[in-house]
Design a protein around this ligand. Structure first.
Ligand code: URA
Length: 239
């Protein structure tokens, strides 16, 4: 014959939990659900990359990059900032200490001068897009190495593809030589308007160089006036 006893499920659960607590303390061990490893194929990665259509998407795809040695030493990845539909882009070399700390381009002393430069030709920082050839700071602000620039360049190219600027200003020799695949001097590169992937590109001094050598401010101003004049001409022709 079946026997029945009084059963209080809450008391029973409490007693089981107390028993477990006596054995292992406050930690509870549960079976780990099986994790399905998501492995993307090379083709999927390329397709995802090529179909990226916004700067935000691009940033989230690349901001944890570890493709070169700078990934290990950077503090913050410096994607770039400004208007995603900018008609004008300013491209520097690589983040410095302030930029690495805050994750924003050109915010240190050279950056403050760049803001003045941009405003001197009647643009605002908000309406242009500012970024660098390298997205991570080279230790002790050394020059970018060729393999670092080569590894990082597709990121800049994708930014340019998305933004589709009408005009690019390269700040300094390294930025210009890298984009134009040139070994010419800054003086020679400043002499003419170049075409980069169908986009007009001009070159001027890097603001950090102007801080070191204020004599270069005059020729920079001449470059900037030409840059603004070309922008105005392109705008009036497109009307
Ligand atoms: N110099 C650069 O080239 N880029 C920065 O973002 C800051 C300083």
């Amino acid at each position: 014959m079946t026997k029945y006893i009084k059963h209080n499920p809450i008391e029973q659960a409490e007693s089981i939990l107390n028993h477990q607590k006596n054995l292992v303390g406050n930690l509870m061990f549960v079976e780990k659900p099986e994790e399905k490893e998501i492995v993307k194929t090379e083709t999927q990665i390329i397709e995802e990359w090529e179909s990226t259509s916004t700067l935000q998407e691009l940033n989230s795809q690349i901001c944890e990059c570890q493709k070169c040695r700078l990934g290990a030493t950077r503090n913050k990845f410096v994607f770039g900032s400004g208007n995603p539909k900018a008609e004008v882009m300013f491209i520097g070399e690589a983040p410095g200490a302030d930029e690495d700390e805050q994750g924003l381009p050109f915010i240190g002393r050279a950056g403050q001068l760049l803001t003045k430069i941009i405003e001197s030709i009647n643009f605002t920082r908000e309406e242009v897009f500012i970024c660098n050839i390298l997205k991570c700071r080279p230790p002790k602000n050394r020059d970018p190495l060729p393999d670092e620039m080569q590894t990082c360049e597709p990121y800049l190219q994708k930014q340019i593809d998305i933004i589709k600027p009408k005009l690019i200003m390269c700040l300094g020799r390294i930025s210009a030589q890298s984009l134009l695949r040139s070994n010419e001097t800054l003086t020679t590169l400043r002499e003419k308007t170049h075409i980069y992937n169908g986009i007009n590109l001009m070159v001027t001094y890097h603001p950090a160089a102007l801080l070191r050598n204020p004599h270069w401010k005059r020729p920079t101003w001449e470059d900037l006036k030409k840059f603004r004049a070309l922008y105005d001409k392109m705008k009036s022709e497109s009307r």
